[in-house]
Design a protein around this ligand. Structure first.
Ligand SMILES: Cc1ncc(COP(=O)(O)O)c(C=O)c1O
Length: 339
């Protein structure tokens, strides 16, 4: 191994701001479900880069797409046309939820949320956002403003206002929210960071109904739950609801930074030139990788596979609970957790 071995005085500790809790592992390479450290030790990677490695590490089709695109063109601003971007847009349009047919391309989950916040204010002319306790939407100012966790928020206040936080999965409480003032309600169809919280059908139906009846846009944050992980391409499909906006990121480009905000035609009709932009959004490298990811998901039928494997996992985990090792199992497809 040519890399330096892990040491207590890593440049990462010296030079990076201490914003991450670090594990004592210097990752050197990844292949499928395995991650290897610099000494060649192999780890079964359940962390999966926080939900990014949905095809495993370094899937050959994604590696090939990146290599081939890197030799052709890496950067191309959105003010020019580009072949890799066109291919990605057509591929995404084939798997996007019905009605969400206009896309803003960016570079991360939080950025996709920021765009959704701006677009919903512009489309409705309203200011307020409704979001849910336990939800996580990112740590940029806008995304943090609709993220309820106090310890993330408090040092950076005042955040964007007005925001109303509501209790996730409390169907009765929904009646009392300020729907008619809200530009949008932001919801994870399955709460990820909160520990895989799966809402009831009644709750999701009512969120969709009240938002529609009161002119508040329904924004589903599928950054963690999307791309087949729950056994449907998009987690909100389990509940039969129709979002106005959807955000995706994480595994969409196999680890190359990428986020997308998908909007319906009504929202799109309010967005004009200059409303939003980002230098790297939709760059050819990320687009080529993302086309490869979506193709693998479809060609290998990974959505169905996630559903079937998820059932197997949850049955086996439930069996373990008989031995008092597992207290509770929460799962939907392969989005699961136990404690
Ligand atoms: C549901 C959800 N939304 C938004 C984000 C923010 O994404 P990013 O870390 O790419 O900014 C995350 C990240 O974990 C997430 O899980």
């Amino acid at each position: 191994m040519s890399e330096a071995s892990p040491s207590l005085s890593s440049p990462e500790d010296t030079y990076m701001l201490p914003t991450y809790h670090k594990l004592n592992l210097v990752a050197s390479k990844g292949s499928g479900v395995y991650l290897y450290d610099v000494k060649g030790m192999r780890y079964l990677d359940f962390m999966a880069a926080y939900g990014v490695a949905i095809l495993g590490h370094c899937h050959p089709d994604v590696v090939e797409a990146i290599k081939s695109q890197a030799g052709r063109l890496i950067s191309c601003h959105g003010s020019l046309y580009n072949v890799a971007r066109m291919e990605f847009l057509e591929t995404l349009s084939r798997v996007a939820p019905a009605g969400l047919s206009s896309f803003f391309l960016c570079n991360s989950g939080a950025e996709a949320i920021e765009a959704a916040m701006k677009f919903s204010r512009k489309a409705t002319g309203r200011k307020r956002f409704i979001a849910f306790n336990g939800g996580y939407h990112g740590k940029t100012f806008g995304a943090l403003s609709i993220t309820s966790t106090e310890r993330y928020r408090q040092p950076f206040e005042p955040l964007i206002e007005p925001i109303t936080f509501a209790e996730y999965n409390n169907t009765e409480g929904l009646e009392f929210l300020p729907w008619s003032e809200a530009a949008a309600v932001f919801i994870e169809p399955v709460q990820g960071e909160a520990g895989i919280k799966i809402p009831t059908q009644d709750f999701m139906t009512k969120v969709a109904k009240l938002s529609r009846e009161n002119g508040a846009l329904l924004v589903v944050d599928e950054i963690q739950s999307g791309l087949g992980r729950t056994g449907k391409m998009w987690a909100h499909e389990h509940f039969g609801i129709t979002p106005d906006i959807m955000t995706i990121a994480k595994g969409i480009a196999g680890g190359v930074p990428f986020g997308v905000t998908l909007v319906n035609q009504d929202v799109a009709s309010h967005i004009t030139q200059g409303d939003h932009s980002t230098t790297f959004g939709g760059n050819p490298l990320a687009c080529a990788a993302a086309t490869a990811v979506l193709s693998v998901i479809q060609n290998r039928k990974l959505v169905e596979r996630a559903w079937n494997l998820g059932r197997l996992f949850s049955e086996e985990l439930k069996a373990l609970s008989d031995f008092r090792i597992v207290k509770e199992t929460r799962s939907i497809g392969l989005m699961d957790c136990n404690g």
